[in-house]
Design a protein around this ligand. Structure first.
Ligand code: SAM
Length: 286
């Protein structure tokens, strides 16, 4: 387990993932009834962007840094409001030192009745995350393989929930594992809202991944992808994608506003691109 999210916190991929996660939380809060967020690969929850690690890559500068640098058009500001408010609340003196990871972001947006279950397998990162949520009765932090939690922790007792699956993609076969994990989870909890993260990079098997997802027969799946640069001259991350199963009915329209803006604001070269489309279901409405 070599992956440490501190090197990447707040980068362009986090911006898309966290902006969408915030929309999903807000949508669940359209009803009074409690819900749970299951975060299968949670990270440390709170990132110090002034730390040596974050400064070393400086990835956040081309992600959340750019987003906060300059005005936002009104419709985009509305969509990003819950996400950006959470970031700003962590930095009450202004500036940008602290950045919320997915469990902290969800937790900052919670009402008293909402709950978090977060899995983190790395021993040090688990300790850090556990300390962050120490004494918080709305959150349960577990050192467990996140893939197992898709069986063990579903369905949630609230019967309403968001499941974020955000693996580090440091070993072969993660795209396949995502599909298998999702199938297993949906068999146990078909009404859940699922958000799966995946990387875009040179030769990534994205077409095969989408095909395998379609073949699961899961009826409603929305895909959002943002590439910030060409993949011709690098083997590193050039973009990222999200699959949202059972998305809120408003999400596609929101992505149609948000993605073109993010493409412009976060572009690193002229090959930046973005798209949102239905992988399954709702095709006629797209
Ligand atoms: N979801 C976080 C966020 O958005 O702030 C970032 C998570 S990071 C991409 C992936 C995390 O998964 C790392 O902290 C890594 O230690 C952890 N991890 C790796 N394999 C895992 C596993 N099998 N189960 C749970 N966590 C795992």
């Amino acid at each position: 387990m070599n992956y440490r999210h501190i090197y990447h916190a707040g980068n362009f991929a986090d911006v898309l993932k966290h902006a969408v996660l915030a929309r999903l939380v807000l949508y669940m809060q359209g009803k009074d009834k409690a819900f749970r967020v299951l975060d299968t690969h949670a990270g440390i929850g709170l990132y110090d962007l002034s730390s040596e690690e974050a400064q070393k890559t400086g990835e956040w500068r081309d992600g959340i840094g750019r987003l906060l640098d300059g005005d936002l058009p009104a419709p985009v500001a509305d969509i990003l409001a819950p996400y950006l408010k959470a970031v700003q609340d962590l930095n009450p003196q202004g500036g940008l030192t602290w950045y919320p990871g997915s469990p902290k972001l969800a937790r900052l947006l919670f009402r008293p009745q909402d709950r978090l279950s977060a899995m983190e397998l790395h021993p040090d990162d688990y300790e850090t995350l556990h300390r962050l949520f120490d004494g918080d009765f709305q959150s349960r932090i577990t050192r467990l393989d996140g893939w197992l939690s898709l069986g063990a922790h579903l369905p949630p007792k609230e019967k309403r929930g968001i499941v974020l699956v955000d693996p580090p993609f440091e070993i072969e076969g993660e795209y396949e594992r995502l599909v298998e994990g999702l199938e297993k989870a949906v068999r146990r909890f078909s009404g859940g809202v699922y958000c799966l993260w995946y990387p875009l990079k040179k030769n990534a098997p994205v077409a095969a991944f989408h095909k395998a997802l379609k073949e699961t027969g899961i009826p409603k799946m929305l895909c959002a992808e943002l590439s910030v640069k060409s993949d011709r001259e690098t083997t590193g991350l050039t973009g990222s994608g999200l699959i949202v199963v059972n998305p809120p009915y408003t999400l596609k329209q929101e992505l149609d506003v948000l993605l073109p803006f993010l493409k412009e604001r976060l572009a690193q070269d002229r090959f930046a691109s973005a798209r949102a489309f239905w992988l399954a279901g709702e095709a006629k409405a797209s």
